[in-house]
Design a protein around this ligand. Sequence first.
Ligand code: HEC
Length: 482
Amino acid sequence: MPRPKIAGLAWLVAFLASVSTPLVAQDALPRDAGKLYALLCANCHGEKLEGGQGGSLLTGQWKHGDGGDEHLARIINQGVLEAGMPAFGAVLDAPRVRALSVFLRERMVRAQEEKTEYAKPAASDAVVRSRAANFRVETVAEGLGVPWSVAFLPGGDLLVAERAGKLRLIRDGQLRAEPVADTPAVWAQGQGGLLVVQAHPDYAQPGNGWIYLAYSEPSASGKEAFTAIVRGRIRQNSWTDQQVIFRADTASYVTGGVHFGIRLVFDQGYLYFGIGDRGRQTQAQELNLPNGKVHRLHDDGRVPADNPFVNTPGALPSIWSYGHRNPQGLAARPGTTGATLQIWETEHGPRGGDELNLVKRGANFGWPLITYGMNYNGTPVTADTAREGLEQPVIHWTPSIAVCGIDFYTGDRFPGWRGDLLVGALQQQELRRLVLEGDTVKEQEVLFRGIGRVRAVQTGPDGLVYLCLENPGRVARLVPVE
Ligand code: HEC
């Protein structure tokens, strides 16, 4: 029988693996999961995982397990020797095994998706038929850059935050050409810029009128940036009465355009918000730094005396939970408030490992000590997906969908969605509906896919579901149809 055609090192590695002799130094092997696959697996399973001497890895059908983490790690480590699948445990360390299984899952999910038809409502009159409601996607305003969020004002006015730095008003379906004047300067680079606009829940009460803005604030030199929050009022299309609600220590302002996090949740006079790790992974674990955390303040910026780390020496007293990578979705569960308040949070994983978390006071959500993903370049972050004392996500998406804004549906126009969590995704350009049962996700439905990156999803006071979409930048809403 001809020997399978396996290139030099790969053959050696596969042979050594099959006799379980740890002779090949770890360092001789690439850390990139795609390269590892090409080197060690492609000869038997095909360049595109389509199968060969070993079966296809794309079908989702398995002989020795369910395709989950435990199963894939077991097969890679121990092989199926009697059937000709070598054991790689002696030559691959745990982080590489972990990265390989993320890689396999990525390819498998993509292959499944390519075969699946999803509603793609191209024209605004196309009706999307989903499980619990039929709807169409109606454009509210177009000609926007990257809209990051909208604020609902009494009387039907909408404010839109454009990431490039403009705050703009939509009145009677018309986008006002001149942005609101005198809003703060933002650092519009990479993922940074003007991110959140949101009205205080008591906006309409006499003396309130507060609008909150969250954005990437440039340092004095303009070379670095960090997330900041201010509130102010709008008079004659100008920003006035500004007060700083959150601003980090100048040492936290760093270069790099990633992971500013931010969404705001108000509850009983408190303000919750998430800040990303700013690309400094390990700092998410450091309690003296503001990045990689969810924070809680009074809505005027004071630190509440009962925050979890107020008495921890050196810790920032505004921290509510930590170990977050880049939280860009935050929402309070309807019917919960005060002591019962449930804040649900989505955060971007690296490559794989996007998370849905139920935020807990004082808890550590584990980044970067644990994650279900790997680095973008295919190298492992860690072998661990769980560790004692670190919180697990409610669910994770591996491969990533690039989770962004979330909101619970609370209106009355889509009765079949009430209490469900709507989840927008950038990379997958999709909107998902998650049906919860207790604190778990019972069901996920992709409502549509492919109409642009979904930055924000927000239930409007009119009960319609508002979306901030990219390429082309527009605000749209879901309108029910029979
Ligand atoms: C020498 C050939 C060979 C190489 C190299 C090889 N495999 Fe396999 N693999 C097989 C065969 C044959 C099977 C089918 C085993 C069976 O039928 O039980 C298999 C099965 C599998 C399965 C499916 C297990 C199941 O439960 O159905 C996975 C996953 C897998 N291989 C992953 C890998 C990965 C990852 C690599 C590279 C690190 C790799 N294989 C390298 C031959 C190979």
